[in-house]
Design a protein around this ligand. Structure first.
Ligand SMILES: [Zn+2]
Length: 256
């Protein structure tokens, strides 16, 4: 499952290897090609970045957006290397003079001008803790205005971009907030605590991803429902939060 930190780690890896490469061959299987794929050939890869769970390749005035959802992957190959997966799974193929980027099973592949693509994302997404324009006050405002339970609001990409289910559970445990609390009942100190944990944990997850370390060892509540709470020794409760039906872990002694 790709959360914001995984998307950023992908982008950093692509950026380090593909920056400066001039596109010689490009094709994509997608209904979201808003400019002709032909114009990609001859463009230089300026950088790769992420916004929420999206990976964005900037190619001069153009951009490609990839969203991997649950099953998508991106591979970088030397030109003489064979593909690791069958060609029917390929959604995007971008080849330069040295390397080839192949995206498999990515449900969203979009091609457009960089400006248009980024302005659409700025409408669709809330502040991203991993981007330089991160704005905690704006995130707090959006969380408070979301009009739903906090556990549901945190997965809404318009509130904070890049939060997935693992981060959501860990943020609420560390902030001591029960996922069933309605945001209208949270005071500003609680809202700010959640936003601070979102930033702190997103950074921590990214650090481990960059080092190639698993995040399992730093999880305090996620998937620990047969174990005692790490904080108080009490039982960890597991349920599917309605109506989103996402795996939810809570210690009702530590989270109020
Ligand atoms: Zn506890």
């Amino acid at each position: 499952m790709v959360e914001g930190p995984s998307a950023r780690a992908y982008a950093m890896r692509i950026d380090a290897k593909l920056k400066g490469e001039v596109v010689r061959l490009f094709w994509a299987r997608s209904r979201r090609l808003f400019v002709s794929p032909k114009v990609v050939v001859g463009k230089r890869v300026d950088r790769a970045e992420s916004f929420g769970k999206n990976i964005i390749l900037k190619l001069e005035e153009l951009a490609i957006r990839l969203h991997l959802m649950m099953y998508g992957t991106i591979h970088l190959y030397r030109l003489d290397e064979p593909l690791l997966k069958p060609e029917r799974m390929v959604r995007l193929w971008l080849e330069g003079d040295r390397l080839r980027l192949v995206a498999y099973n990515a449900p969203i592949v979009e091609l457009d001008s960089y400006e248009r693509l980024m302005s659409r994302l700025r409408v669709e997404l809330g502040p991203d803790p991993l981007r330089s324009e991160w704005n905690p006050e704006e995130a707090a405002r959006r969380l408070k205005a979301s009009g739903t339970k906090v556990g549901i609001a945190l997965l809404d990409q318009r509130v904070i971009a890049g939060i997935g289910n693992i981060l959501r559970n860990e943020i609420l445990f560390r902030a001591g907030i029960h996922p069933e609390r309605h945001v209208d009942d949270l005071n500003m100190e609680e809202v700010n605590r959640i936003v601070e944990e979102a930033k702190r944990l997103t950074d921590m997850f990214l650090k481990r991803k960059i080092k190639g370390e698993r995040i399992g060892p730093i999880l305090m509540i996620y998937n620990r429902f047969r174990q005692a709470c790490i904080n108080c020794g009490g039982p960890v409760k597991f349920y599917l939060q309605e109506p989103i039906k996402r795996k939810t872990f809570v210690c009702e002694r530590c989270q109020h």
